[in-house]
Design a protein around this ligand. Structure first.
Ligand SMILES: [Zn+2]
Length: 165
């Protein structure tokens, strides 16, 4: 029943499909939880996204993954990339932050925390294993450009932290 399907194409359904698209570098995190999806406009037939870190090669893959998923679901929507305002870690949802932590990746500091520049000392990051704030940054780059390697001085566990932007 194509007609019925079209009739039921509402924002909520589109968001549900989008929630099934995962970030290529963080496969347990959906593009919705990451805050990449900025707008779903059914009247305009468009889904507007702002990719994460523009330096990430994965950013280009995401738009394609979203477009494929929508096509698979039979949703005829265009995916438009919007680069301004730039994506910020503040857009990661509460669920997204919890998911990061559950996977042993320290989420970025909450929105209320002061932003730092890439050249300044990074803010203290809580160890995802034991919660200690006694951690140090080992390397500015982890397995991907989006994450930095940290080490916990309390439990000596190395861990990755999402970089704050
Ligand atoms: Zn620890």
């Amino acid at each position: 029943m194509v007609a019925a399907t079209l009739h039921r194409l509402d924002d909520a359904r589109v968001w549900r499909v989008l929630a099934e698209v995962c970030d290529p570098e963080l496969p347990f995190l959906s593009v919705v939880d990451l805050g990449i999806v900025r707008e779903v406009s059914l009247t305009g037939g468009v889904v507007r996204i702002t990719p994460t870190y523009s330096g990430c090669p994965a950013a280009e893959v995401i738009g394609l993954a979203i477009a494929n998923k929508l096509a698979e679901a039979g949703m005829n929507l265009r995916v438009e990339t919007q680069l301004s305002p730039a994506w910020t870690t503040d857009w990661i949802t509460e669920k997204g932050r919890e998911t990061l932590l559950a996977h042993g990746i320290a989420p970025p500091p909450a929105a209320s925390t002061d932003k730092h520049t890439l050249f300044a000392d990074p803010p203290a990051v809580a160890c995802p294993c034991c919660g200690s704030m006694d951690t140090e940054r080992v390397s500015a780059f982890g397995a991907t450009a989006c994450k930095a390697m940290h080490r916990c001085l309390s439990c000596s566990e190395p861990f990755e932290a999402f970089k704050c932007l």
